[in-house]
Design a protein around this ligand. Structure first.
Ligand code: 5AD
Ligand code: SF4
Length: 474
């Protein structure tokens, strides 16, 4: 198996390490790890489901594992510890997690000292901890999103042979002073806020992640500076709804100002952000994007539906006209702006007419790309109680139509890029070709050397597929 042990510890986190209440367990965890494994470096396999927020949480958890003495491996078969950081947004993701937990049972039977951990959004839902304890009792630690900082303590308990089940209170604190381990230094996620107050009627996030909490701007900036000094070229500021950043802080800094301040950090890098909510995407934010050359001209603005009736039922707080006028305003300030979006197909009671409104909005905006989802009922949300007469087959059929419309839009847009030049950040290399992303988040591949990973190259597009462009370095 292709094993690797990484021994990097990001400067950002090292700088902000502080010893708090829960950190006292950090040293005990390291002692217990040494006691159990001696000179051997034990390996952890960490699998992250779901959104970038979870990816970012896993970076904290990996930082803590790294501090306790673990290295990392790429398969559970080689692991001394397996951690699943789970997602609850759609049922399908949750089913996959249960399937994958079940698949760990034979590993645990072969190796009784294997530590199995399940954490994240899924565990915050009623009944999930009980289900794990009943049907998957070989899982050692189950913990929720609000108690991440106790992770060292949980490790200590598991290393001493005890089970842990703790999911109290979704996300009550802002995570500060937690070590971080990143798989790559050049493209990074930087959380600016946690939680969500919007309660879109289909969404489980406010229930499992709790209320909005913003990090102090100075902490975000400290991290941005040290990330840039350790090689960051593409920073994504993260939050469920970054436009309401600053609520509850008394420093008066909102997201447009935070974006400008991060862009003002010295260095050659780009800044993106996700996710923006159309309801409070302001002119000030668009101005901040337009006036800062380091702010990528890429806006991810989830519309969810093009039907005003469905938007109302979704509790989105804007209508189709408001969304389209925002797009017009943004494009008038940034003519090359690349816009991407999320759409839910088959919300309860969505009629063919409602769906047609979505198709016409997609056509009118001309998104660069779309993340499309078939509605998945989440127990405890308002939409889960709404009548839903449309069959799954009909929803799947609508999904197909939406995807084929988007493909044709993407195809006709892509051909207009042939002959144009883009500054591409090289992200992956395989068989003599590099795959990277341009400012607008377009994927471009070109011939190059592995050593170029993490640096910028000017590339001229030579041919265009639906979602990827081919080019040559110029
Ligand atoms: N069903 C389907 N898609 C959902 N999303 C959120 N909740 C659901 C759900 N219950 C989608 C939304 C959101 C994205 C992250 O996931 O489009 O923007
Ligand atoms: Fe969910 Fe809406 Fe909050 Fe996004 S804004 S996390 S869709 S409730």
């Amino acid at each position: 198996m292709d094993n690797y042990i990484k021994d990097r510890f990001s400067v950002a986190s090292a700088a902000s390490l502080s010893v708090g209440e829960d950190d006292k367990y950090r040293f005990t965890a390291a002692d217990l790890v040494r006691g159990r494994y001696g000179d051997k470096t034990p390996l952890a396999y960490v699998h992250t489901y779901g959104c970038q927020g979870n990816v970012s949480d896993s970076e904290y958890l990996k930082g803590m594992l790294r501090d306790a003495g673990f290295g990392f491996c790429s398969s559970p078969v080689d692991a001394d510890l397996v951690l699943f950081n789970t997602c609850a947004v759609r049922e399908h993701a949750q089913d996959r997690v249960f399937g994958n937990i079940g698949a760990l049972k034979p590993l645990k039977e072969k190796n009784r000292s294997l530590i199995i951990i399940v954490c994240g959004c899924m565990t915050q839902q009623p009944g999930v901890v009980e289900k794990i304890s009943k049907s998957y009792d070989f899982v050692d630690i189950v913990f929720g999103t609000g108690v991440m900082k106790k992770f060292y303590g949980f490790l200590c308990r598991a290393l001493s042979g005890h089970k842990v089940r703790e999911t109290a209170g979704p996300g009550s604190t802002v995570e500060e002073g937690v070590p971080t381990f990143r798989d790559r230094d050049f493209k990074v996620w930087l959380p600016v806020m946690y939680g969500c107050d919007n309660f879109c009627s289909y969404c489980i996030v406010p229930y499992v992640r709790g209320r909005e909490r913003s990090r102090e701007p100075e902490r975000v900036l400290e991290d941005a500076r040290s990330l840039v000094s350790s090689g960051a070229k593409d920073i994504t500021l993260l939050g469920q709804n970054v436009n309401s950043y600053g609520k509850g802080l008394d420093c008066g800094v909102g997201f447009p100002e935070l974006l400008s301040r991060v862009c003002a950090v010295e260095g050659d890098f780009r800044v993106r952000f996700m996710t923006s909510h159309p309801k409070d995407c302001s002119t000030a934010l668009l101005e901040s994007m337009a006036s800062n050359p380091k702010a990528a001209k890429h806006l991810h603005l989830p519309v969810q539906s093009g039907s005003n009736r469905i938007l109302r039922l979704m509790n989105r707080g804007y209508d189709r006209e408001r969304y389209l006028s925002l797009i017009r305003e943004a494009r008038s300030m940034m003519p090359d702006l690349s816009i991407t979006s999320d759409i839910i197909v088959g919300f309860p009671g969505e009629t063919e007419e409602d769906f047609q409104d979505t198709l016409s909005l997609v056509e009118e905006v001309g998104f660069t790309s779309l993340y499309t989802f078939i509605y998945s009922p989440r127990s405890g949300t308002r939409a889960a109680k709404m009548p839903d007469p449309v069959t799954h087959e009909e929803k799947a059929e609508r999904m197909k139509r939406l995807c084929s419309l988007q493909e044709s839009i993407a195809r006709s847009r892509s051909v207009t890029y042939v002959g144009k030049r883009f500054r591409v950040l090289a992200e992956k290399w395989s068989g003599g070709r590099i795959e990277g992303r341009a400012e607008g988040n377009y994927i471009i591949s070109f011939a190059g050397d592995e050593s170029e990973i993490g640096s910028y190259t000017d590339v001229e597009v030579t041919s265009a597929g639906n979602y990827t462009l081919e080019g040559k370095a110029v």
